[in-house]
Design a protein around this ligand. Structure first.
Ligand code: NAD
Length: 419
């Protein structure tokens, strides 16, 4: 079936893109290998935070459909690849999904198609991995027969102010004509298109953005560790430093870094640089600091209980918010897992409260979920606020009778201690 766009991979990145394309009047089909994702979407159900069921219904009314049949890519003018690029169990870049997606797309590729990769990866991925895979599986040539470009997605789940349309979009093609087609495509979806000099510059720009965040969070984490050791209030330090109107961007310390991007993308850069004989010392130092944070939370939790003459062993500890960022359900790479593991290892009985996360396990062992925040706080020996969901701003943790360890610096109260 002919269509304007096929989106490959219908997750946090691909589904909002498909929605934006539907809004812009493009006939859009989604392809995903997950039967569950496709059947949910076909039933009008959304599986990601930023889209509601009503959004899916509106997309379907605009002609959107989802399928597990990769042959749809053969009928599209443009194919955008949004598959995951995570890490292997050993912590190395895992490009298996991107390879598989390229083979499926390549197998049915028609001359004249524009293929764009949005998945995050190291510089050189488009030219060195995607291009040969597509050319080999299709028998077509980039530049002569089809167009290939890279455009890093910048979506920030849960961000109401910046979405696909009003976030400038970096784009670059393998040839000037590839760039021209890619710019024309994104020009229909976003307000501002920024042309990078080449695909490697576009790939590197994305990694710089996320690495910048990673390194700066590591810096304030380390400042927090130092301040804790010597008795300086790090939150007051941040409040004061944050008043400087130039030359300082505020980042906050926390229990660790989660999500599919910030803890993962620096590893892509580091691994690629290592293979080229370059050592990114800043990244390995940052990783070392970030890795200490869950254990620091556990130590602080133990310290608070000790002040009350208790120990973690046998204590009822309530985790507040286990997703990796506020007001979303995504628990990928969440530091809550390591905090729960550390608390359990010291004998605590750990439960959690999170309105967004219906089930949560650490190391395959489920944590009991508390439905009522007030009741959970009343029966806990210690509450650890790991994620500052808006529901906690109402003040219940601040009024808790048990000790509260606030790892986000967002709560104040008699029984509250901040990280
Ligand atoms: N989540 C974010 O906030 C964010 C932001 C910017 C960039 N990115 C990048 O975008 C990419 C996608 O991330 P995501 O968060 O949307 O992932 P996701 O896990 O939410 O969704 C990916 C989807 O791709 C599907 N998939 C996997 N292999 C496939 C294949 N071979 N063919 C077709 N579909 C396949 C999965 O079933 C899943 O539905 C990653 O490279 C990520 O680093 C993510």
């Amino acid at each position: 079936m002919a269509c304007d766009l096929v989106v490959v991979g219908l997750g946090y990145v691909g589904l909002p893109l498909a929605r934006r394309a539907c809004e812009a009047g493009l006939s859009t089909v989604g392809y995903d290998i997950s039967e569950q994702v496709v059947s949910h979407l076909s039933d009008g159900r959304s599986h990601i935070d930023d889209l509601s069921d009503a959004d899916i219904t509106a997309m379907r009314a605009a002609g959107f459909r989802a399928t597990t049949d990769p042959r749809v890519a053969g009928g599209a003018d443009t194919v955008v690849v949004c598959v995951p690029t995570g890490l292997t169990p050993d912590g190395d870049p895992d490009l298996a999904a991107l390879r598989a997606a390229c083979r499926s797309v390549g197998a049915g590729l028609r001359p004249g198609t524009l293929v764009v990769v949005e998945s995050t990866s190291h510089p050189g991925t488009t030219e060195e991995l995607v291009r040969p895979l597509l050319e080999r599986s299709s028998g077509l040539r980039v530049g002569d027969d089809f167009h290939l470009a890279y455009s890093p997605e910048r979506i920030d789940p849960g961000n109401a102010a910046h979405g696909i349309r009003n976030t400038p979009r970096v784009v670059s093609g393998c040839t000037p004509l590839c760039t021209k087609y890619a710019v024309a495509f994104y020009g229909r979806l976003v307000d501002t298109v920024v042309v990078a000099r080449g695909t490697r510059e576009a790939e590197m720009a994305k990694l710089l953005e996320n690495t910048y965040r990673y390194v700066n969070i590591a810096l304030v984490d380390e400042v927090a560790l130092y301040c804790d050791k010597v008795g300086i209030d790090v939150w007051d330090v941040l409040r004061c430093a944050g008043t400087k109107p130039f030359g300082f961007s505020a980042f906050s310390p926390g229990p660790g870094i989660g999500g599919h991007c910030i803890p993962v993308d620096p590893r892509y850069l580091e691994a690629k640089a290592e293979s080229e004989g370059f050592s990114f010392r800043m990244l390995s130092a940052a990783r070392g600091v970030v890795a200490q944070m869950p254990a620091h939370v556990v130590r602080r939790a133990a310290g608070l209980l000790r002040e009350e003459g208790r120990s973690l062993n046998g204590a009822r500890v309530l985790l507040l918010g286990v997703s990796y960022k506020p007001d979303v359900a995504d628990v990928r790479e969440t530091p809550a897992t390591q905090v729960a593991r550390g608390l359990r290892a010291r004998g605590a009985s750990v439960s959690y409260h999170d309105p967004y996360v219906p089930r949560f396990s650490a190391d395959g062992v489920p944590l009991p979920r508390e439905e009522s925040l007030a009741e959970a706080l009343a029966s806990a020996d210690l509450a650890v606020l790991l994620q500052d969901h808006a529901c906690y701003e109402a003040g219940l943790p601040a009024q808790a009778r048990c000790a509260v360890l606030d790892t986000r610096g967002s709560t104040e109260g008699e029984r509250v201690s901040r990280l």
